[in-house]
Design a protein around this ligand. Structure first.
Ligand SMILES: Nc1ncnc2c1ncn2[C@@H]1O[C@H](COP(=O)(O)OP(=O)(O)OP(=O)(O)O)[C@@H](O)[C@H]1O
Ligand SMILES: [Mg+2]
Length: 1137
């Protein structure tokens, strides 16, 4: 929500002088001082802004401030120059009213700064865009250029504008700047040749000498030394706070932005240099025969350099300083110039040169900044003109300046009154005539065409005969004597005859702002502004583009015998144009006031301000403004501001705002003479009434504040209380919950305890029952398991028998297949050999043919070489092929690449055997000791049985496991195992053949290092334990059966029961192990192994022959033993075929 504020808020003193009560000069000045002390440099008189120069930078011109004042009503915020600029810009943009901003005040009061602030504000708030920004930048950058050439340090102001400036800024329908036009008024050109004590020439001279590069200075024939130039005063060449060198760069940059071409800048600087050179030209008298002195240039060096700079022929200029040609009708008369006339001519030339250069600059800038389109533009004019000047010694310039200010005051009064009157008419309020001082009479004294002072001056200048400043004063004394604002000692008005404050050579004018005494000396000269034609012709002849342009009257083809218009006439004319221009626009005033003479911050010199307040006519201004109604305000803000003073309007008024204000005023019982209702505003006659309203409002605001505080505090306490109450409920609820939770936890744990005891008791009971049940089930299972075990073993035996039979069949079948395959292989080999023989014979035949063909080309040893080469190649090929096709590293791998050439036969066979040995070695080197032992056993088995017993081939693939019964691990044989005090080398189940019936009984056969043991298979009871040395020999058949007889030495301890006839599935292993162990035990090389199909076995006293016969092939059953008679046991071995 936007907060509506007013000028009346937080005012220091009064922000608008119209509200000053009581209105006296003292209170006026006191108010200014009060505000100035609080850094409030702006104060209003209605819509006029009084600006006090702070002489220091205040933080009130920031971009934030621009935003604050943007689009706000004039009286809404505290007084500020931005408020005026905003008001002017908005009425230009929105109401299509051309505006002018008139800035007046004495030298150093801050006019130029104010004009720049207005321009920068407008630049900040108007539209943006590339084109618009360029225009803005050019308009703003015209200031540094004009200030460099038109400003100078004076005793009053370090940057005093020595010309008047009016700038029209043109805007398009959107309010965007499109261009501008600058008018300049009366440059103080006398400063070029002479400066009062403590002052300087125009800034550009010092800037050029300080800031230009050495190269530029050389080109301009200048030295970087102020003291070398007569036209530059030395006493204040350097000004504190002014950096001439930096400013020179700024100016050059600004010229570039404005649009000056490089050669134009150069020409301008050449002219500036030429003026400095001109000042150094000095003259000496030379006596002539006619008795008169004639001037001659003393030292021609400067003259020469100046002529070189401007492209002027030296002799022409030299002559122009010595002679003067006067043309009258058709006659030309040449007269000599004496030294003082020569100096006069030189200075006149310098002044003209510089002032014309300045005017050219303005024209050139105008060319750059002029609006491009021809359509009508809205215009905002900014007038920064020298203020009223009252010095001790006032001359022609002050007279002209003060005349201009009279004119401005006149238009100010006229426009203010007109505006006031227009507002009354607009608002339908009765107009009461206002008494005010009209300075038209003073303007008339100066500008009247018949007997005005300027007209008199011109008349005197044109009059033939001797005319001096004194004759001009005489004329005034006669013509203006009766005028009430003209005072002179020698006038016919006897009143001033004895006035000693009025010297004889002076006249005094009572300006609206005070009396000013003018010394007439120099009036005629300055008004004439005479430049000898010889000089202007010399300038025209210059070979310099710019100089030629500046002196068009020097063109001999356009000789004009008419005198050029006088300075006074020109000024009057331009002021007239300006006034007419201003009258067409809506005026906005900024009245600048200087707080002290010291250019220092925070000092407020009462007398100085009082003087300015007087001559600016500020009191007059307030009176005019207050003549009718002192204060006015639109109904809406008025009602908004004071509505709290009346119950009907507070807090909201529903009806039209005017009626609201009427109700309010009636309720407040304000006297009806004190205010009037306009169409859109209420007019308050007396500031007192406004202040009483303000007073009431302040009181009311305090009450409202207390009320708001009261309600707020009540609300805060209530909210706090409610919060406490809610919190208490929450805390209580939490506590109750906590207590209940605790109680519940205790009950719950007690219940669980009771429950657990009861459940434990129940569970133990069930467990007992279950254990009993399980034990019963387990007993049944064990019984079933034993039964199943017996069944399974029986089945296993049957299956083994069957498998053995099947195996025998497959061995016979494999043998037959092998025979068939070998026959086929033999046939294929024969065929291959035949084909190979054919290929070899063919190759030999080809070789022979080639050799026969090429023999003639080779020497005798070529054949040998070819032979050894071919051999090498063949060997190489052979070895590489061998390397690529090497067979597997398995020692039983039988493959070997075929021999490629017959001559390699032996080598090939040899290599095969070497390779085989080598891979066997590799294979062996990987053996562990256990593996080695196993292989040794296998080797021994082969030595014993290979090709001797038919069972042997089937045992080769079976590993020798030794302990088949795992005697030490199996709990069944625990007893047996513990009875053995040696390591068991072999444990297997064997069948012990009963001599009575030839049937076998299962026995456990154990072999240790020194004994072999036979034990009962079921009980593990040792039936026989025979030391190995008692073993004499072993007999086996040649056939594929597992029967073997262990024959004991006669007379040994074990031999009492006789030999053992046993059968085993692991016959080969048992016998091999028996032989190895037996050999070690008895410490002799071998145990006799008898392999034959018939051998004798000693059973107790009887010797029984065991005979092996081939039986028919039987499925599933192995060899069977039958007793034939007392002396013969026949073992029938099923045939394998
Ligand atoms: N608003 C301001 N803030 C800070 N300093 C200011 C302000 N206005 C003026 N000044 C100071 O006062 C000096 C004189 O101001 P300025 O040149 O505007 O005076 P002027 O009225 O144009 O004088 P003249 O008539 O001699 O040209 C400035 O150089 C600056 O130092
Ligand atoms: Mg100025």
């Amino acid at each position: 929500m936007e907060v509506k504020t007013s000028l009346l808020d937080n005012m220091i003193g009064v922000g608008d002088m119209v509200l000053l009560e009581p209105l006296t000069e003292d209170s006026f000045i006191e108010n200014l001082r009060n505000r100035f002390d609080h850094n409030e440099i702006y104060t209003y008189i209605g819509s006029v802004v009084i600006s006090m120069n702070p002489y220091r930078s205040l933080p009130i011109f920031t971009p934030e401030k621009v935003e604050e004042y943007r689009n706000r009503n004039f009286y809404e915020l505290s007084p500020h120059i931005y408020a005026l600029a905003d008001e002017a810009y908005r009425s230009l943009r929105d109401q299509d009213k051309d505006q002018c901003i008139l800035i007046t005040g004495e030298s150093g009061a801050g006019k130029t700064e104010a004009s720049k602030l207005v321009m920068s504000y407008v630049a900040a708030v108007c539209g943006k865009g590339q084109e618009v920004n360029k225009v803005k930048e050019q308009l703003l950058q015209s200031n540094p250029v004009l200030e460099a050439f038109g400003n100078a340090k004076t005793v009053r102001n370090d940057n005093s504008s020595r010309f008047g400036k009016y700038m029209d800024i043109e805007f398009d329908f959107k309010g965007d700047p499109v261009g501008g036009v600058i008018s300049n008024y009366l440059l103080e050109k006398s400063r070029v040749v002479k400066q009062p004590r403590g002052e300087r020439n125009f800034h550009i001279f010092y800037q050029l000498l300080s800031g230009a590069s050495d190269d530029t200075l050389r080109k301009l024939k200048l030295d970087r030394d102020f003291s070398k130039y007569n036209y530059l005063s030395l006493d204040s060449a350097n000004v504190n706070g002014l950096d001439d060198a930096a400013n020179f760069r700024t100016v050059r940059n600004a010229m570039q932005i404005v649009g000056f071409m490089e050669d134009e800048v150069q020409s301008v600087l050449e002219l500036v240099a030429a003026v400095l050179k001109l000042g150094n030209i000095e003259f000496k008298p030379e006596s002539r025969s006619n008795g008169y002195d004639e001037s001659r240039v003393k030292d021609k060096n400067d003259l020469k350099e100046m002529c070189e700079l401007l492209g002027i022929e030296q002799s022409v200029l030299e002559r122009a300083f010595s002679y003067r040609t006067v043309e009258a009708k058709l006659e030309k008369v040449s007269t000599t110039l004496n030294v003082s006339q020569a100096y006069y001519a030189r200075d006149a030339l310098a002044k003209n040169l510089y002032s014309r250069l300045f005017s050219w600059l303005v024209t050139r800038i105008n060319e750059s900044i002029k609006a491009q389109s021809k359509t009508r533009h809205k215009v905002m004019g900014v007038l920064d003109i020298y203020g009223f000047e009252i010095f001790e010694d006032n001359s022609f310039e002050q007279f002209i300046i003060n005349y201009c200010n009279e004119k401005l005051q006149q238009i100010f009064i006229e426009l203010t009154l007109r505006e006031e009157q227009e507002e009354y008419i607009r608002e339908d309020i009765e107009w009461t005539n206002i008494e005010y001082f009209n300075n038209a009479v003073i303007c008339d004294l100066i500008e009247n065409n018949q007997n005005g002072i300027l007209a008199m001056l011109d008349e005197e200048c044109l009059r033939p005969g001797t005319v001096t400043d004194i004759t001009f004063l005489d004329k005034l004394n006669t013509v203006c004597a009766e005028h009430q604002h003209f005072e002179s000692r020698l006038s016919k008005n006897s009143k001033f005859l004895t006035d000693h404050s009025l010297p004889h050579s002076c006249f005094r004018i009572q300006h609206y702002a005070g009396k000013v005494l003018y010394r007439v000396e120099g009036f005629m000269d300055k008004n004439n502004d005479l430049l000898y034609r010889d000089l202007s012709q010399a300038m025209y002849k210059a070979n310099h583009k710019l100089i030629k342009q500046l002196f068009p009257e020097g063109n001999p083809a356009k000789v004009n015998l008419k005198r050029p218009p006088t300075a006074g006439f020109q000024f009057k004319h331009s002021v007239g144009t300006l006034m007419r221009n201003l009258q067409t626009k809506n005026p906005n005033y900024i009245r600048c006031v200087k707080p002290n003479d010291k250019k220092a911050p925070r000092i407020f010199t009462d007398s100085l301000v009082r003087h300015q307040v007087a001559y600016l006519g500020l009191m007059e201004n307030v009176r005019v403004r207050r003549a009718g109604y002192a204060y006015r305000q639109a109904y809406e803000p008025c009602l908004e501001r004071y509505k709290m003073l009346c119950k009907q309007t507070w807090p909201h008024w529903k009806g039209p705002t005017r009626e609201g204000v009427e109700v309010l005023m009636a309720d407040l019982q304000v006297s009806t003479e004190e205010f009037a209702y306009g169409n859109s505003k209420i007019f308050i006659r007396n500031p007192r009434t406004l202040f009483s309203l303000e007073e009431k409002r302040r009181g009311c605001l305090e009450n409202l504040a207390a009320l708001i505080q009261k309600i707020y505090r009540g609300w805060k306490c209530r909210t706090h209380f409610l919060l406490l109450k809610r919190s208490q409920v929450v805390v209580a609820a939490w506590y109750r919950r906590y207590a209940q939770q605790k109680k519940y936890t205790q009950i719950k744990s007690a219940t669980i305890m009771v429950q657990s005891y009861s459940r434990g008791w129940k569970a133990r009971k069930i467990l007992r029952e279950l254990k009993h049940q399980k034990r019963c089930e387990e007993a049944a299972t064990t019984i079933a398991a034993y039964w199943h075990g017996t069944q399974a073993r029986r089945e296993l035996r049957r299956l083994k028998e069957e498998a053995r039979n099947k195996h025998a069949v497959s061995v016979i079948w494999a043998g037959w297949q092998g025979t068939k395959a070998r026959r086929e292989l033999k046939r294929l080999k024969k065929e291959a050999r035949r084909r190979h023989a054919v290929a070899v014979i063919w190759a030999y035949w080809l070789g022979l043919k080639v050799r026969r063909e090429y023999r003639k080309f080779f020497r005798a040893n070529a054949g040998r070489k070819i032979y050894s080469f071919i051999m090498q190649r063949l060997m190489q090929k052979y070895f590489l092929g061998l390397k690529r096709d090497l067979p597997s590293m398995s020692p039983i791998g039988g493959s070997w690449p075929t021999r490629p050439y017959r001559f390699l036969d032996t080598a090939h066979t040899e290599l095969r055997s070497i390779f085989h040995h080598w891979r066997c070695k590799k294979y062996r080197s990987r053996f562990t000791d256990e593996r080695k032992a196993v292989f040794e056993e296998k080797l021994q088995a082969s030595e014993i049985f290979k090709d001797k017993k038919a069972l042997y081939p089937s045992s080769v693939g079976q590993p020798f496991r030794g302990d088949y019964l795992e005697i030490s691990k199996n709990p069944k044989y625990q007893k047996l195992s513990s009875a053995m005090d040696e390591k068991v080398l072999l444990a297997d189940v064997v069948n012990k053949i009963n001599r009575a019936n030839g049937k076998g009984t299962a026995r456990i056969f154990l072999l240790t290092k020194n004994n072999f043991v036979l034990a009962d298979q079921k009980t593990g009871q040792v039936k026989a334990s025979v030391p190995l040395p008692d073993l004499a020999s072993i007999s086996v058949s040649t056939q594929n059966d597992g029967f073997f007889a262990l024959k004991l030495k006669e007379g040994s301890a074990g031999a009492t029961k006789g030999d053992f006839l046993l059968s085993s599935e692991h016959l080969i292993e048992i016998i091999t192990k028996l032989r190895r162990t037996g050999a070690t035990a008895v410490n002799h090389d071998h145990l006799d192994i008898d392999i034959s199909d018939e051998f004798l076995v000693q059973f107790k006293q009887d010797k029984v022959c065991v005979k092996f016969v081939q039986g028919a092939p039987k499925n599933g059953n192995g060899a069977s033993c039958k007793r034939k008679n007392n002396r013969l046991l026949e073992v029938s071995v099923p045939s394998t075929a």
